[in-house]
Design a protein around this ligand. Structure first.
Ligand code: FES
Length: 105
């Protein structure tokens, strides 16, 4: 499943991720800078903050309550802010674009 990560400086990295991995794991495995995943994907660190491109929000679905409360620790949170470790790759997300926030650079 192709996912494109857009860096804060505008650089793009398109990677092919397997179904079932989350977007934090996918970024770390592909050395995408700006997603640290300090807590290992437990929704407990907010170092995997990303913005989901508006077109994909309906497919990604709403934030969980835990994700919402963790995002309070992130900077520059927007309506489309998500934690990458809480988004699992599946076929419907093919072609999705996510952006990285400034604070993680
Ligand atoms: Fe820690 Fe996502 S990796 S909240």
């Amino acid at each position: 499943t192709k996912i494109t990560y857009v860096m804060f400086d505008g650089g793009e990295r398109a990677v092919d991720l397997k179904t079932g991995v989350n977007l934090m794991q996918g970024a770390v495995a592909n050395n995408i800078p700006g997603i640290d995943g300090d807590c290992g994907g437990a929704c407990a660190c907010a170092t995997c903050h990303i913005y989901v491109d508006a077109a994909w929000l309906p497919k990604v679905g709403p934030r969980t309550a835990m994700e919402d409360s963790m995002l309070e620790f992130a900077e520059h949170v927007e309506a489309n802010s998500r934690l990458a470790c809480q988004i699992t790759v599946r076929d419907e997300l093919a072609g999705m674009v996510v952006r990285l926030p400034e604070a993680q650079h």
